[in-house]
Design a protein around this ligand. Structure first.
Ligand code: ATP
Ligand code: MG
Length: 422
């Protein structure tokens, strides 16, 4: 038996060679949310299991088979968060925030689901999501779509489609549920094991089945749209009109029911044809009864979550460049006095050029070996501190890419020189 320690299956390290892409993407997304007037909220990774059961629903895939749950030493049943809407709603209620007016928040972080790991599907994955509390109008649904739409445009994403649907009111859905149960019961012999179980527990979820054999049966099923209540129909019409006035294309997908129980009215997904079976990169909808269901005063809600791993895969698949240009330099210093000077100069450079990536040599090697390290770090410039430079109270700057030679100058001039390169 090997005594090497490995990470848990489906839980990945993000290594330095990849993390710059994550940092750039997160920054772009956070800045977009902030520009749309959203504020950041951070809730714990662990909550009482009941928080998720009540929010997400007992008969959903997540609660039935995907949660990491254990009993704490004091007997509490706890779970790692499989999603973050439940935790955000819990925090909203606990801190009475909706009482202060409309709340627009965004969150980011790791989520955990015990699923079969594959490309685009992991056991620890990362979401960034947004929630709006206290706005019942379809305008806030449309604003959430506008945010994601502008994000995709800023990133340069292609082959991405907005799918929308409406689930109506709770009553309309309950009526539709019985129509659907009648229909699928008549065709019971065609259902697979999963759908036969769903027929009893959560019949709407049959529409969401990924089994291609059921496709024709599902296509022919009665549509919720025909059972919609008047208010929800109006809400959906307004939502579509808002999207149209912003020139955001969409398709209506009547099979789109989403995997969580808390949604009503608007539901949507952004899907792509470029990632195989893991096609949804962002999903959300309206959840007007969730806050009340979780013990708060009635307060409407709407939100979405996007999966960062899938977004990164898509960015890589489409060869998009999002990291921007950076300038870097490596300080090459030889001798005890030069080490002291290099630390002082590094501070001056960081202060004057906050965007400069600066590697101050810590190998204490020869000039030759330090230059090799500078090349390996892919630095644009070497800033050299040798005996001659120290004696003249100067540094030498040598571009490492291209042919130009080395130039000695005072540190103030070196700062101006590098400023010109940024
Ligand atoms: P799927 O149908 O692919 O299982 P879902 O409906 O379970 O997705 P949501 O709960 O709506 O997903 O989560 C929102 C987004 O989070 C998804 O669209 C996806 O991008 C991402 N996501 C969900 N589960 C995973 C996972 N196990 N690994 C990576 N990303 C995930
Ligand atoms: Mg899922």
């Amino acid at each position: 038996m090997s005594n090497k320690i490995n990470a848990i299956r489906g839980m990945n390290d993000c290594l330095p060679k990849d993390s710059h892409l994550w940092l750039s993407l997160e920054k772009i997304i956070f800045d977009t949310f902030i520009a749309y007037g959203f504020k950041n909220i951070r809730t714990p990774v662990v909550e009482k299991t009941d928080t998720f059961c009540r929010a997400i629903g007992q008969t959903t895939d997540i609660v039935e088979k995907e949660m990491y749950t254990w009993t704490d030493s004091n007997g509490d049943l706890l779970s790692l968060r499989p999603e973050n809407t439940a935790g955000v709603v819990r925090a909203m209620i606990e801190h009475n925030l909706p009482r202060e007016g409309i709340q627009k928040v965004f969150y980011q972080g790791a989520m955990f689901r015990h699923e079969r790991p594959q490309k685009g599907r992991y056991r620890q994955f990362h979401q960034i999501g947004a929630e709006v509390f206290g706005a019942h109008n379809a305008k806030s649904d449309a604003e959430l779509i506008a945010i994601t739409h502008s994000l995709w445009q800023n990133l340069g994403l292609k082959n991405i489609t907005l799918e929308i649907n409406t689930l109506g009111s709770n009553e309309a859905r309950a009526n539709y549920r019985s129509v659907l149960v009648d229909y699928f019961t008549q065709h019971k012999d065609q259902l697979d094991e999963d759908s036969t179980r769903r027929l009893k527990t959560n019949p709407l979820r049959i529409l969401d089945s990924k089994n291609e054999d059921l496709h024709t049966l599902i296509e022919a099923a009665p549509k919720l749209m025909a059972h919609l209540d008047e208010e929800s129909a109006k809400h959906f019409d307004a939502f579509k009109a808002y999207l149209e006035c912003m020139d955001i294309p969409y398709v209506i997908n009547t099979r789109l029911v989403r995997g969580l129980d808390y949604y009503n009215r608007t539901v949507f997904e952004w899907t792509t044809t470029d990632l195989g079976a893991q096609a949804t990169i962002c999903a959300g909808g309206r959840y007007d009864s969730l806050v009340e269901k979780m013990g708060g005063k009635p307060c409407s809600g709407v939100g979405f979550a996007l999966g960062l791993e899938r977004l990164i895969l898509l960015i890589q698949e489409q060869n998009l460049s999002i990291t921007g240009d950076t300038l870097s330099a490596y300080i090459v210093a030889l001798g005890d006095e030069a080490q002291i000077k290099s630390l002082q100069i590094a501070e001056q450079l960081h202060e004057a050029l906050p965007a400069l990536i600066l590697y101050n040599d810590i190998t204490m090697g020869s000039f030759k070996s330090q230059f090799k390290k500078a090349d390996k770090a892919n630095a644009d410039f070497a800033i050299i501190l040798g005996e001659k430079e120290l004696n003249n109270n100067q540094v030498a700057i040598k571009p490492l890419k291209g042919q130009s030679g080395q130039q000695a100058m005072r540190i103030e001039d070196a700062i101006n020189y590098l400023k010109g390169e940024i």
